[in-house]
Design a binder for this molecule. Structure first.
Ligand code: ADP
Ligand code: MG
Length: 647
């Protein structure tokens, strides 16, 4: 077995670290765990009521009325009729929990069903159902519950119905909102195309997607509903004497509030414990169920990527003549115990008017590298742990936030892959460019509009005056990308970072955009960091190339030299993947296997496991990026000689 195959086998047989389970996450949350313990004790006691050695909760004993706490045979004393409070408390809790939970379940099932149907059917059904729900919501809930109980008559079961009905709108509204969004998604269209009926789609496609929301809503409303049940019983409309529930016990206690305050304090305390523990659990469940909260993606995005303290800064001076001079840039993602070295010590230099192509497979860390420059990597989980980011001699890694804010969108501009996602869908493109201009320049609106139109002309959009008023979705993909480029140019940048700007476009439009970027950078002396996974694109636009693999630059040099005779086997393989007209026998499957996970990087060369030229020394220690021949640097111990091909 070669060492490459051996490495592959160990990589395969290593157990994949699973995400923590929902229960583990819930228990990890201390408040939620405390809630679980308290609620577990309360529910346990309530369930065990029939087998506990308790007095009859309804047996009156006038001789021992209003006994204090810790009276003999009455641990929590007795009430005005001499009934044992401990016994009534446990039996009453049982009733209150049963009513509150059943009401929540009924409200959840009915409300969610209404929401699903209204959201999915849309049109008139939606209108009718939602107006009915609005009708319910138009009354204060306690008034509505009172009215329902007044019609049905007092009693626990009727109180249960009343509370369920009052809470239906809450679920219906929530679930309808999510369903409306889901119903227009492509996977629902696909299900329809596969011949599934509406009921099957609701059941098997939409319901699983809204279930977490239902559970979260449920867990946060149960406590509220127990409170409402107690409220109705307190008013004498729920549990009827002699039956005890927490609300009626409170009501009874009210009459002797000043002579025997414990009689109302005890059920009050129980309600408090139940409601707060349920709410803590509800919050815990919400956090545990939402995978975005889990990874920190939903946390409020910080203004700038966190910078490690102390930052590991290379001592070499920054090149003030270069527009961009990055040295030893490292960005990690810290997720729980795992550290992902997404950008593991990257050096990049771009002179004014130069275009550097950053190439690599998907997931190699190109975007993270680019986003780190302006502190755009989300924190948490991202953190810059090392490096200097030289911009005309100024170090951006240690620059003040205020400075970064001024540079963003003015001296350094970004163009992203998907302009539809980065342009605001509700504003016409002219206004968006005007906004970008006025964010950095003290121009009047009409001056900015004039400049915006100039920019649209510059990026060769036909009829710019008219297009100014177009909404992003009214433009074709190519035109939208031109608008993004116009926006990037709005404040005369010196550096444009283009992250796969042509990946979503077809080849002819791609060629147009590349030509446009090329002209612009020559005319305006722009430095361009052009990110792509396609060597074909690189050869058309870049002066220099940097090839990235598993967070590190593995080869860099002038484009022509790299394309003609790459030194690193990985580069050779990437180049071999580009189809060439008239060479049908070219191997397009050249790069087999997958890159290593950046949280478990192997020692030595990350590419060793996939490399056909691997030798034992490839996996022993750090391999440096060094000069192989005229201007070509590679991180490889056994580089390819000029003209050499892979076996
Ligand atoms: P690409 O070269 O395709 O642009 P990226 O730079 O987007 O790759 O990603 C590099 C690595 O960083 C990947 O392993 C990816 O999973 C990880 N990564 C990117 N963004 C995040 C994030 N917000 N949170 C956690 N990991 C991330
Ligand atoms: Mg990317």
């Amino acid at each position: 077995m070669t060492s490459a195959a051996a490495a592959a086998v160990t990589a395969e047989s290593q157990p994949r670290r699973e995400r923590p389970s929902t229960l583990a996450l819930l228990l990890n949350n201390r408040l939620a765990a405390a809630g679980l313990v308290v609620l577990g004790l309360v529910v346990g006691a309530a369930l065990a009521a029939p087998i506990l050695p308790l007095a009859d909760p309804n047996a009156t004993d006038p001789a021992h009325r209003l006994a204090p706490l810790f009276a003999p045979a009455h641990l929590l004393g007795t009430d005005a009729l001499g009934r044992d409070i401990l016994s009534r408390l446990i039996w009453g809790t049982r009733v209150s929990l049963a009513v509150g939970v059943s009401a929540s379940l009924i409200a959840a099932v009915v409300g969610s069903a209404i929401g699903l149907v209204a959201g999915y059917a849309g049109g008139r059904s939606d209108q009718i159902l939602m107006r009915l729900i609005d009708l319910l919501m138009a009354f204060p809930y306690i008034l509505l519950a009172l009215a329902i109980v007044a019609i049905l008559g007092p009693g626990l079961i009727n109180a249960l119905y009343a509370i369920a009905i009052v809470n239906v709108p809450f679920f219906a509204r929530n679930i309808r909102g999510i369903t409306v969004g889901l119903a227009r998604r492509e996977f629902i269209d696909a299900a329809r195309l596969s011949g599934k009926g509406p009921l099957r789609i609701l059941w098997s496609e939409i319901l699983p997607n809204v279930l977490p929301t239902i559970v979260i809503t449920l867990s946060t409303t149960v406590g509220w509903m127990i409170l409402e049940t107690a409220g109705l019983s307190f008013l004498g409309l729920g549990a009827q004497p002699p039956q005890a529930d927490l609300g009626s016990m409170l009501g009874d206690g009210r009459k002797v509030m000043f002579t025997a305050p414990t009689i109302s304090l005890v059920p009050g305390l129980m309600i408090f414990l139940i409601v707060i523990s349920i709410n803590l659990i509800g919050d815990g469940i919400r956090d545990a169920l939402d995978p975005r909260l889990r990874s920190g993606a939903l946390a409020r995005p910080s203004f700038r990527t966190a910078i490690a303290e102390p930052l590991d800064r290379p001592t070499a001076p920054l090149d003030a003549a270069a527009t961009l001079d990055v040295k030893g840039l490292r960005t990690d993602f810290r997720m729980g115990p795992e550290i992902y070295h997404a950008c593991g010590g990257v050096d990049l230099t771009i002179a004014p008017g130069q275009c550097l192509g950053l190439v690599g497979e998907s997931g190699s860390g190109k975007s993270v590298t680019a986003m780190s420059l302006m502190g755009l990597v989300p924190s948490p989980p991202g953190i810059v742990t090392g490096g200097t980011i030289g911009f005309r001699g100024e170090d951006l890694a240690t620059a003040k936030n205020e400075r970064i804010r001024t540079l963003r969108g003015s001296a350094i501009a970004h163009v992203f892959q998907d302009p539809l996602a980065t342009l605001h869908p509700l504003f016409c493109v002219g206004d968006q460019i005007v906004e970008a201009i006025r964010a950095h320049q003290p121009l009047s609106r009409s001056e900015a509009e004039g400049k915006a139109e100039e920019l649209l002309t510059l990026v060769r959009i036909p009829n710019p005056a008219e297009r100014m008023r177009a909404l992003p979705h009214e433009l074709s993909g190519g035109l939208r990308q031109r608008v993004s480029i116009a926006m990037a140019l709005a404040n005369d940048p010196e550096l444009i970072i283009a992250d796969e700007p042509t990946t979503a476009l077809d080849v002819t439009v791609q060629a147009d955009i590349l030509r446009l970027l090329d002209t612009l950078r020559h005319d305006r002396k722009l430095a361009v960091l052009f990110i792509t996974h396609d060597f074909g694109v690189v050869s058309e636009i870049a002066d220099r190339v940097a090839v990235m693999y598993a967070g590190k630059i593995v080869e860099t040099g002038p484009t022509t030299a790299v394309l003609a005779d790459p030194a690193h086997p990985y580069t050779r393989m990437l180049i071999d993947c580009v189809p060439v007209m008239g060479e049908p026998e070219r191997r397009l499957d050249a790069v087999r296997g997958r890159p290593p996970a950046v949280n478990q990087l192997p020692a030595g060369c990350s590419f060793a496991a996939r490399c056909p030229r691997v030798e034992p020394d490839c996996s022993t220690g750090e391999i440096v990026l060094d000069e192989k021949r005229n201007g070509l640097q590679a991180r490889c111990l056994h580089p390819l000689e000029p003209g050499e091909t892979l076996a």
